[in-house]
Design a protein around this ligand. Structure first.
Ligand SMILES: *Cc1c(COP(=O)(O)O)cnc(C)c1O
Length: 339
């Protein structure tokens, strides 16, 4: 018996790329595959996105870029986070593009200069001099594209004004939310991550934006037992049966990425939505059943109508954190790629 299986549907990822390309209306799609492709597998996601028309790949760190470079000798790879001096040399050798937030432009590397238009994090407050020859792009990042339209439009206008003298450079500010909902934010390219994976940047049903979930996480009932009234399951006795209650134990826990704060969320057991009860353990969780079910009854933890967005709401977080937390290490789960 396997503990759980993570299936990644690259055809769905390609359809999400097509949806984004339609929304971008001529601007380039840059596929963000940082954090192991938001938990989906960076190499697989990168290949599928390039196949579907993405013009570049984006990662957060130079080491992520170096790993991608082995599979993708020709792709544009942009490293969005800061690099150490040693990493700048590695980026040069591997033809990675870097993002810089200061006046110090490393020689011999293609560079995107980042402007802080309101994120209040990385980036120059303003461009003081004309960008040097190494600079191929000007970029910024939106702080509220999922929540505050007025602030987003204000950031976009600040960016437009600050970069208007440099329209020969590639200008990019949009993330997934910006690409999907803000035509003014398109410029020359959009750096899209979460939407590639069919997860809503708005925390709503991804179908509202024409997106399809890419990842399905399944397991099965490893044990089925009857709790008599007054008996409990799990640490802390957080769930105590009020009446005789059938429960199922699923061999997936927080070390696999099924977080403790997902207690109370719903998963599909034999096709029916059932509640996760009690505390999630490191390697197991419990579900409440309506009746006795056979051992090995399939359990869908994510996918097939079980939305990451719903789990995120229960856990008080965002889909990004749920997805990047899934542990696809082969010692814990079997990973299957559907191309
Ligand atoms: C992660 C990241 C993105 C992608 O954001 P999504 O909301 O996942 O589309 C874009 N730009 C930068 C600078 C990022 O760090």
């Amino acid at each position: 018996m396997y503990r759980s299986e993570i299936a990644v549907d690259l055809a769905a990822l390609r359809r999400n790329c097509a949806t984004l390309l339609r929304a971008l209306n001529g601007a380039e799609l840059w596929a963000v595959v940082k954090a192991n492709g938001y938990g989906h597998g960076a190499g697989d996601a990168a290949g599928a996105a390039l196949n579907a028309g993405a013009a570049a790949l984006c990662v957060a760190t130079v080491p992520e870029g170096l790993v991608l470079r082995r599979d993708q000798p020709a792709a544009r790879i942009v490293v969005m986070g800061p690099a150490t001096n040693r990493e700048i040399g590695q980026a040069r050798d591997a033809r990675l593009e870097l993002v810089v937030s200061g006046d110090d432009i490393p020689p011999g590397v293609r560079v995107h200069v980042k402007l802080d238009t309101g994120m209040g994090r990385w980036g120059l407050t303003e461009l003081t001099s004309s960008p040097s020859l190494e600079v191929v792009g000007l970029m910024s990042h939106l702080a509220t594209a999922d929540s505050d339209a007025a602030y987003t439009e204000w950031q976009v206008e600040r960016f437009r004004t600050a970069t208007s003298a440099y329209t020969h450079l590639t200008r990019h500010i949009a993330n997934s939310a910006g690409a999907l909902r803000y035509p003014s934010a398109r410029f020359d390219a959009a750096r899209c991550g979460i939407a590639l994976y069919g997860i809503s940047p708005f925390g709503t049903d991804p179908a509202e934006d024409g997106l399809e979930p890419v990842l399905t996480w399944t397991s099965q009932l490893a044990l089925v037992k009857l709790l008599r009234a007054g008996q409990s399951t799990g640490y802390g006795r957080e769930f105590v049966a009020e009446r005789d209650t059938w429960i199922g134990i699923v061999p997936v826990g927080y070390a696999d990425g099924f977080r403790r704060d997902l207690s109370g969320t719903q998963v599909r057991v034999g096709g029916e939505l059932r509640r996760v009860i009690g505390r999630v353990s490191m390697d197991a969780l419990a579900v409440e059943l309506e009746n006795e079910l056979p051992v090995a009854t399939p359990v869908v933890l994510i996918g097939r109508g079980v939305l990451i967005e719903d789990h995120a709401r229960v856990a008080g977080t965002i889909g990004y954190e749920i997805a990047t937390g899934i542990n696809s290490d082969p010692t814990r789960a079997r990973r299957v790629v559907l191309s």
